[in-house]
Design a protein around this ligand. Structure first.
Ligand SMILES: Cc1cc2nc3c(=O)[nH]c(=O)nc-3n(C[C@H](O)[C@H](O)[C@H](O)COP(=O)(O)OP(=O)(O)OC[C@H]3O[C@@H](n4cnc5c(N)ncnc54)[C@H](O)[C@@H]3O)c2cc1C
Length: 491
C-alpha cells in the first residue's frame, strides 16, 4: 500500500480526534448536567452558603437605605426585640457556613439594602454602608481609578460580613482587612451609635473586627483604598514542598508583585506534589476601565464542576490549568478586573451535594510539613477535595481574635460534600484532625466555616476566645445579638 501525504494528514487528524474526543465529551457532559442555582429560601426559613443550615426564623428585616432612616429603624427594632424577648442576628451575603447569620426563631437583620458609598479621593478613604457587596464597591471605585485594598478572592461578599470575619485575599504582603479599616459606626445593644477607631472606643474596635456580629450592628465603614493598577501575570510550575522557597524568590524578593497565590494539585496523579504559583507584577501602563467580561467562565465552570467526584475530571482539570496558565503568561489585567469575579463561577448547584470550605493558617517554616500531613490524611478519608489555594497573610495587629499571629500562609481547601448525616460526620472527623495538625504547627484555623472544631481546639488556636465571650456579655448583657457561632462556643 502506498503511503501518501494525504493519508498521513488523515491519520494525524484521526489521532487528534481520538485524543480530544474523551476530554471534549467529558467537558460537554459536565456542562450539560450542571444545574441552575436554587437561590430562593422558603418564607420563614433562613439558610447560608453551606446549604446545611436551613432554620426557622421569626422575620427577615431589610435595613432601610440612608443612615438616618436605618439608624431609626434598627434602634426601634432593638427596643422591640428586647420587649418581646427576641434575638437578632445580622446578615450580609450569608457566605459564612456555620449559621453565623442565623438564630432559631430570631430576627435576621438583612444589611444588603444599606449599601451607599462615597469616596474621599484626596484621603483615599471610602465611606461605605456595611451591606454593600464588593461587586458594587469595585465598579464604583473603578470610576475614580481606585481599588479595594484587601478583600476576598471573590466579589460576592458584603463589607460588614468581610470585616466581621476579618477576611483576607491574595493581595500579597498584606495583613487581613482589619488593617484597612479606619473607623466604623456601630449601633450597640442599647441602640446607641458609637464611632469606633484605633483611638475612639478602641476596645470595641478590636472586638467588632472579626467579632462575628456579636457586639452590635456595623452601620458604615471608613475603608482605606488603593490605586487601581495594571498587573502582568506569570505562572510558575513548582514542587509543592518548595513552595516557601519559591514564594520568597518569585514574590517577596521581587518587590513589585502586587498579588499572588498558589494552587496545589488535588488530582490523584502525584497528589499534592505539584503547585502553580501565580504572580501579578505591577505594570507602568494605566489600567483599562472595568468592562463586563465573561473570561470563558462557562468553560472554567464546566471543567471545575466536572472534577467533582471524578479522578479523570481532576486530572484533566490540572492539565488544562497548567496549559491555560502558560497561554495567559505575560497578559495584563487591572487589579479591579482581577478582584471582580463572583462565587457563582464555581459554586456547587447540585441539590445532593454542597461545597464546604476549610482554611488553615500555617507559619512559613511549617508549610512543607502541613502539605506532607495533608498528603497522608486526605487520600485516606472519604472526602472529595476539589481545590487548594495558598495565600500569604501578614500579622494582624488589630483584632481581638487574630488568626494571623505572625506572617502565615492560608491553605484554603474546598471540599465537595454529600448532604446527609454520614458525610457530615466524616467531615467533622477530618476537620478535627486537620485543626490538631495546624495547632501542632503553631497555626490556626478560620472561624466563618462549619462549627466542627471543639471548644478546646478553639481555645488552643485562639487563646483570647474565653475573654472574648466574657466581653460579649459585658457589652451585650441581655445577649441580644445571637447566632449559631455564639451558641456553640460562647455559652
Ligand atoms: C466561596 C467562598 C469563598 C470565600 N473566599 C474567601 C477568601 O478568599 N478570603 C476570606 O478571608 N474569606 C473567604 N470566604 C469567607 C468569607 O469571607 C466569609 O464567609 C464572609 O463572612 C462573607 O461575607 P458575607 O457578607 O457573606 O458575611 P455573612 O456570612 O453575611 O456574615 C458573616 C458574619 O458577619 C456578621 N455581620 C455581617 N454584617 C454585619 C454587620 N453589618 N454588622 C455586624 N456584623 C455583621 C454576621 O453576623 C456573621 O457573623 C469565602 C467564603 C465562600 C463561601
Amino acid at each position: 500500500m502506498k503511503i501518501t501525504f494525504a493519508k498521513i494528514c488523515w491519520g494525524l487528524l484521526l489521532v487528534l480526534v481520538l485524543f480530544l474526543i474523551r476530554p471534549v465529551g467529558f467537558i460537554l457532559y459536565a456542562y450539560l448536567k450542571d444545574k441552575d442555582a436554587q437561590t430562593t429560601v422558603k418564607t420563614g426559613l433562613a439558610q447560608d452558603a453551606s446549604r446545611l443550615n436551613e432554620t426557622r426564623v421569626d422575620t427577615v428585616v431589610k435595613v432601610l437605605p440612608g443612615i438616618a432612616a436605618a439608624t431609626r429603624q434598627i434602634s426601634q427594632l432593638i427596643k422591640q426585640a428586647k420587649a418581646e424577648g427576641k434575638k437578632i442576628s445580622i446578615a450580609g451575603a450569608q457566605h459564612s457556613m456555620g449559621g453565623h447569620t442565623i438564630y432559631p426563631d430570631g430576627i435576621i437583620l438583612d444589611m444588603k439594602t444599606f449599601h451607599g458609598m462615597e469616596l474621599d479621593s484626596s484621603k483615599r478613604i471610602l465611606k461605605v454602608g456595611a451591606g454593600a457587596l464588593w461587586s458594587e464597591v469595585i465598579p464604583y471605585l473603578d470610576r475614580y481609578g481606585k481599588s479595594v485594598s484587601v478583600m476576598q478572592s471573590n466579589n460576592s461578599f458584603s463589607v460588614g460580613g468581610s470585616i466581621s470575619v476579618n477576611c483576607h485575599g491574595w493581595q500579597c504582603d498584606a495583613p487581613p482587612i482589619s488593617s484597612t479599616v479606619v473607623s466604623f459606626h456601630l449601633m450597640n445593644a442599647e441602640g446607641e451609635v458609637l464611632n469606633c477607631s484605633r483611638t475612639e472606643n478602641e476596645a470595641l474596635f478590636s472586638l467588632v473586627l472579626g467579632g462575628y456580629g456579636l457586639f452590635g450592628v456595623i452601620l458604615d465603614v471608613n475603608l482605606k483604598v488603593v490605586d487601581n493598577k495594571n498587573y502582568v501575570v506569570q505562572h510558575y510550575e513548582i514542587r509543592s514542598e518548595d513552595y516557601l522557597r519559591e514564594f520568597q524568590k518569585l514574590v517577596k524578593h521581587q518587590g513589585n508583585v502586587g498579588m499572588a497565590y498558589g494552587r496545589i494539585n488535588v488530582n490523584p496523579d502525584h497528589f499534592m506534589e505539584e503547585a502553580i504559583l501565580s504572580t501579578y507584577t505591577v505594570d507602568s501602563e494605566q489600567p483599562e476601565k472595568l468592562v463586563n467580561s465573561t473570561n470563558y467562565s462557562f468553560l472554567r465552570r464546566a471543567v471545575f464542576r466536572g472534577s467533582a467526584n471524578s479522578a479523570y475530571g481532576k486530572n484533566l482539570r490540572w492539565k488544562m490549568e497548567k496549559m491555560s496558565g502558560s497561554l495567559i503568561d505575560g497578559k495584563k489585567f487591572s487589579r479591579n478586573r482581577l478582584q471582580n469575579e463572583g462565587v457563582e463561577v464555581f459554586q456547587n448547584t447540585d441539590p445532593d451535594y454542597t461545597d464546604i470550605l476549610h482554611e488553615y493558617f500555617i507559619p512559613g517554616e511549617s508549610v512543607a510539613m502541613f502539605i506532607k500531613a495533608l498528603k497522608g490524611i486526605i487520600p485516606n478519608s472519604k472526602v472529595d477535595l476539589l481545590n487548594v489555594t495558598l495565600r500569604n497573610v501578614r500579622k494582624d495587629e488589630d483584632t481581638y481574635l487574630p488568626y494571623a499571629n505572625g506572617e502565615v500562609f492560608g491553605f484554603v481547601m474546598l471540599f465537595n460534600q454529600k448532604k446527609g448525616a454520614q458525610a457530615e460526620k466524616e467531615m467533622k472527623e477530618l476537620t478535627g484532625k486537620l485543626i490538631d495538625i495546624a495547632i501542632s504547627l503553631k497555626g490556626t484555623y478560620y472561624l466563618p466555616y462549619r462549627l466542627h472544631a471543639s471548644k478546646e481546639q478553639l481555645d488552643q488556636a485562639y487563646p483570647a476566645a474565653k475573654s472574648f465571650f466574657l466581653l460579649k456579655k459585658k457589652y451585650d448583657p441581655d445577649l441580644l445579638f445571637r447566632n449559631q457561632f455564639y451558641e456553640v462556643y460562647g455559652r
